[in-house]
Design a protein around this ligand. Structure first.
Ligand code: SF4
Length: 351
């Protein structure tokens, strides 16, 4: 069976094919075909000798991930992909065309261990981390499938399955390859990592990936409510994370986005808004309010749009930039918190 090299960085690629190369520059040529030109068929590597192409093809491939399912939204043309990895595990990624840009939502883990109550991925439990090259292969697969639709600038968001900072080393190595100016070359400024706040890795992220944007998933300013919604609050409390964000925000060239899923009667009162402002004082920020995408079995309910507008208005009155997310791909369950839906969800209770 041929070894699939898609997603390997320059170093690992060299370790795998170095012994069949006859000239030093050939590794760079192959790297360019894959990552700069995004040509994945070895027989199209036209500046490489036929002999070397044959040797490569005998043992290796650069194959996109196997697609199990592609769902296309009738509402907004978002495309959700269910991919199968080499060991049979499955992940999802979403391609979201917008007016002025295209966003691609990537997964960082198979499943997730954190069990946030508003998120279906959390309900499936944790299976394993994605390797860095699986993250890159996931992106290249989405780009390859949509190669006719890549006429707008691309934004990447790590908001798919999994908590990216819980798979820090692989996400970091993947981002290094994705941002390589000599390769895929997506600017770090166009990449957003969304986290629920794994404090020790959050600090490393803020130190080591300064140009990559951070979105912090807040969802309640009150520790007690947050604990119920997001069990991670018990181990990595909001207070500690906010101290860290306050400290590092002065060095960042962008404003941190605070994500806030609007849950009826849980976190959507003006008291919540006021406390939110109070505890994030001193952190340059944008707020992204996310209407909850209800799923069957959940006892959480979405806040009415009128109330979300009121909530947003409170922040605008305090001159804070606030947006209300226009969730994409709702009809194909591609929107936030809806990835890898199971049908047999047990009742989820907010105590
Ligand atoms: S919101 Fe993120 S961290 Fe929470 S369960 Fe879902 S995938 Fe995991």
């Amino acid at each position: 069976m041929k070894k699939n090299l898609l997603g390997m960085d320059f170093q690992e690629l060299g370790e795998n094919i170095g012994n069949i190369l006859t000239k030093n520059y050939q590794l760079k040529q192959i790297y360019h075909w894959i990552y700069k030109k995004k040509v994945l068929e070895i027989d199209k590597f036209t500046n490489i000798s036929k002999n070397l192409r044959e040797k490569l093809s005998e043992n290796f491939s650069f194959s996109p991930l196997k697609i199990i399912e592609e769902k296309i939204s009738r509402e907004d043309q978002s495309r959700k992909y269910l991919f199968e990895l080499e060991d049979g595990e499955r992940i999802e990624a979403v391609f979201i065309p917008q007016r002025d840009r295209t966003s691609i939502c990537l997964s960082s883990q198979v499943g997730c261990k954190f069990g946030c109550k508003f998120c279906l991925t959390g309900l499936m439990g944790f299976r394993r981390n994605l390797k860095y090259r699986e993250i890159v292969a996931q992106l290249l697969s989405v780009l390859h499938i949509n190669r006719e639709r890549l006429d707008k600038r691309i934004n990447l968001v790590f908001m798919g399955m999994g908590e990216p900072l819980d798979n820090y080393e692989n996400v970091k190595r993947a981002i290094k390859l994705i941002t390589d100016p000599d390769g895929i070359s997506i600017s770090p400024k166009r990449i957003t990592v969304s986290t629920i706040g794994i404090t020790n890795y959050l600090e490393r992220f803020l130190n080591e990936m300064k140009d990559v944007k951070l979105a912090f998933s807040m969802n309640s300013p009150f520790s007690g409510v947050r604990k119920e919604l997001m069990p991670v609050e018990k181990k990595f409390p909001l207070k500690k994370n906010l101290e860290l964000l306050r400290k590092y925000s002065k060095k960042l060239k962008y404003r941190i986005t605070f994500e806030y899923i609007m849950l009826k009667g849980v976190n959507d009162s003006l008291k919540d808004a006021s406390e939110f402002l109070k505890i994030t004082r001193g952190i340059p920020k944008k707020i992204n309010l996310i209407p909850f995408n209800y799923f069957e079995g959940s006892e959480l309910q979405p806040t009415e749009m009128e109330k979300i507008e009121e909530f947003a208005e409170y922040f605008r009155d305090h001159r804070i930039v606030v947006t209300i997310r226009d969730s994409k791909g709702k009809d194909i369950k591609a929107s936030c918190g809806n990835l890898f839906a199971k049908t047999d969800i047990k009742k989820i209770k907010l105590k």
